[in-house]
Write a protein of this length. Structure first.
Ligand code: HAM
Length: 438
């Protein structure tokens, strides 16, 4: 029986893989203008990093992590019953923030008094969720993290930059909603959590069992519950934005004023709590409005001013976001935007017979060396089927080379769009391509 890709994973076939490369290129271009530089951290980290960083009680850590035990440790565990020490327990990263902050702390990228470190990354993340449309077990994220600055300008510029990116890749503004909230800080959130818990206790009979179990650990997660009755009950729960301390209130107002000034439309959503425990103050999420089903968040992020300390560093404020590539592709398709197909071939050299093959081979190499995407037939096809192949490859031009052409030191160059044909000297084909492309 043939072996397929594991459930919840997808192959990015050439068209989509090429789009992923372009997508990353656009991110590097847009985010680069805001001073973000690339960082590449390991795909596996110590499990402990995610437990401390993201939070033990979150779904991501408690239910969705792929945890690996390396060879020798696994043998000792299975054969000798010796569970591996913390350092021997590794997990595939479910997101990129914890690893990036770990790297910032480990390499002291924000020494005291230094300018903020602005970092961006792109790559696969892993969550053992139940697969469905827009929800995979391995998916690709592009993310940014800015460490070392607590000013609201950092929050606002990151949100502006994210919206610019979506527009640049072609997601229409009208098919996106930007949701904004503040999660408060270590001063104002604990009393607010108690208020929510008390409210939930009052409505215990109406709330689902999961919400009530969560109420003990983190009552705010009830705002995320998809159960309709829970959503109705939680809509009347106390709102965090009515209970922010003065510092958090000022910060939130400043972020909103900066977004207003930049003409970025947003909706305040006091129920936006996000599923990761590290957030403080600003949180935001971008949802695609068309054809996405329940997995409609195409990106999200927020501030995490305590995370560096959680992973053993000195106090270092931080803010970032991540966006999901596969969900952006779904949003583009739902909005009817055609994904750009790569121009795969500038020139196809077609041989009239096998006698000219060696010359065709040389011509193809010369044109490639001159910087053009060139191809020829490698399977002794007829001239007709070579034209079909050229068409399939999207060749802009076909150079026909036969014994007659060769005797004259020429090819017959055909423009595949206009069907125009004309002779070109063998040693001028590359020059002719450069003229045509101009
Ligand atoms: P997140 O909201 O968990 O945040 O994920 C960010 C984005 O990744 C989501 O909006 C979605 O587009 C995509 N995504 C998440 N899970 C899946 C999945 N199972 N399948 C497909 N796409 C998915 C974070 O990961 C934070 N680290 C963001 C952040 C950075 N906050 C601060 N800095």
């Amino acid at each position: 029986m043939a072996i397929n890709a594991p459930e919840g994973t997808r192959d990015l076939l050439p068209d989509e893989a090429l789009f992923w490369e372009r997508f990353k290129g656009t991110a590097a271009e847009v985010f680069g203008r805001y001073g973000y530089l690339p960082i590449d951290t390991p795909i596996i980290e110590q499990t402990e990093l995610f437990v401390r960083g993201i939070g033990e009680a979150t779904d991501v850590v408690s239910k969705e992590m792929f945890t690996a035990i390396s060879g020798e440790n696994l043998r000792r565990w299975l054969e000798e019953g010796k569970a591996p020490k913390a350092k021997g327990r590794l997990s595939l990263r479910p997101e990129g923030t914890a690893g990036t902050v770990r790297a910032v702390v480990q390499h002291d990228l924000v020494p005291q008094g230094a300018a903020p470190a602005k970092l961006m990354y792109a790559g696969p993340m892993f969550r053992a969720e139940r697969p469905q449309k827009g929800r995979q077990r391995q998916f690709n994220q592009i993310g940014v993290e800015c460490l070392g600055a607590e000013e609201p300008t950092i929050d606002a510029e990151a949100i502006i930059m994210l919206m610019r990116f979506y527009e640049k890749v072609g997601i229409p503004r009208a098919s996106m909603r930007l949701l904004l909230n503040s999660m408060g800080c270590e001063q104002c959130r604990p009393p607010y959590r108690e208020l929510v818990k008390a409210y939930m206790d009052e409505h215990a009979a109406e709330l689902c069992e999961t919400c009530m179990t969560r109420a003990e650990l983190n009552p705010l997660r009830a705002f995320d519950c998809k159960n309709e009755t829970c959503a109705t009950v939680m809509a009347d729960a106390p709102k965090i934005t009515d209970h922010l301390c003065e510092g958090c209130r000022e910060h939130y107002d400043a972020v909103k004023a900066l977004l207003d000034g930049a003409g970025i439309a947003y909706e305040e959503d006091p129920a936006l709590v996000r599923g990761l425990d590290y957030y403080t103050r600003t949180v935001f999420e971008v949802q695609a409005t068309d054809g996405m089903g329940s997995q409609n968040a195409i990106g999200g992020g927020g501030r995490y001013d305590k995370l560096a300390e959680e992973v053993g560093g000195r106090p270092t404020p931080g803010l970032g976001f991540a966006l999901g590539f596969e969900r952006c592709v779904l949003a583009l398709e739902a909005a009817g935007v055609e994904l750009p197909r790569a121009q795969r071939c500038d020139l196809f050299v077609a041989c009239v017979d096998d006698g000219v093959r060696a010359h065709a081979f040389t011509l193809v190499q010369q044109c490639r060396d001159a910087g053009y995407i060139c191809e020829m037939d490698h399977q002794h096809r007829s001239l007709k089927s070579q034209f079909k192949l050229a068409d399939k490859l999207g060749a802009a031009r076909v150079a026909v080379l036969g014994p007659d052409e060769l005797a004259r030191g020429q090819v017959t160059l055909r423009d595949m769009a206009s069907h125009e044909e004309f002779p070109v000297a063998l040693d001028s084909v590359a020059a002719e391509l450069s003229q045509a492309l101009l």
